[in-house]
Design a protein around this ligand. Sequence first.
Ligand code: SF4
Length: 334
Amino acid sequence: MNFYKLISISRKIKSDNLKLFGVYILHILGKRHLSIRIDPSFNCNLSCRMCYFSTPEYRQNNNGIIPEQDFEHIARVLFPKALQVYIGCGAEPTTHRKYIKLIELAKQYKVPHIGIVSNGQLITDDQIKRIILTGTNELTLSCHGLTKDTFEYFMRNARFDQFISLLKKINKYKKELNSSRPEIRINYTVNQKNLSELRNFMDIIGPHHISSLQIRPVLNIGGSYSESITDSQISEYNEIINCLKNECSKRNIRLLANKTDIKYQKKNSNKKVTEAVYCYIGPKTANKLNFDWKSISFTDFTKKTQWSKKVVKMFFNDKQSSINEAAGNYDVFE
Ligand code: SF4
């Protein structure tokens, strides 16, 4: 089943505890139930203004890579339980020379949905072809401006022409290799300065055959810029989202946009289930949990992370959450 369908079914079930119970049963039965996010490298080639990587202190204190020799063990332990594996979560995966190996391993373990999240600036022609040939389901590319000036202002060290050229190449190679995958998703973080450019989205990006557009009002995550849209811009924001909704519908593009909770004030009805299925792996995971990927099993891993204990606690406690709850709030228009 398409992963977005699964999310949409989950959203229709109102009881978070019922969904949590479902996940717990899948876990007990040894079935796939995890959404795994891996940062093979905790580095970035860019320094986007809305991101924590824009501050030198953060860069200095947060770095490292997962050694390539650990990839196979991570895959052995976790991928048989994964409904979804995303390469790239809080950093840039393509700064790890061997990131494609993780995609190939996810394929080998028959993970139903495999994705990459990237700024795209380092992806080579050869890598595009390998991403296509592995059958990667989705490639999410960041784009925080639709003119060269805005794009390069917010995404420091990136080049707008390179981004457009990447979109063209992906489509060219997909055609040559006769593949409809990966679907391309554009991730646009909207703020006071780049809001109005969204009007031109279809003129600039429309011709490049994207499948999904995600629009997220900026969150303050410790970057040097976090100016969210002002109250006086909210009507403009809603008007642009309505226009995009129509344009996306005409082009069969899935629009994921935060329309009903622009300021992230509502409770996330998927909070518990999101927390239960979310499994983050980064360069520091093994050290933090005090194990070696080579000698650990999935049962050991869940014991180390106290997964069952946390899920049982969540049944009774609304406040249990270690992931950004607000970021999960968006509406889906298909
Ligand atoms: S937003 Fe993404 S691409 Fe930009 S600096 Fe942060 S991790 Fe890198």
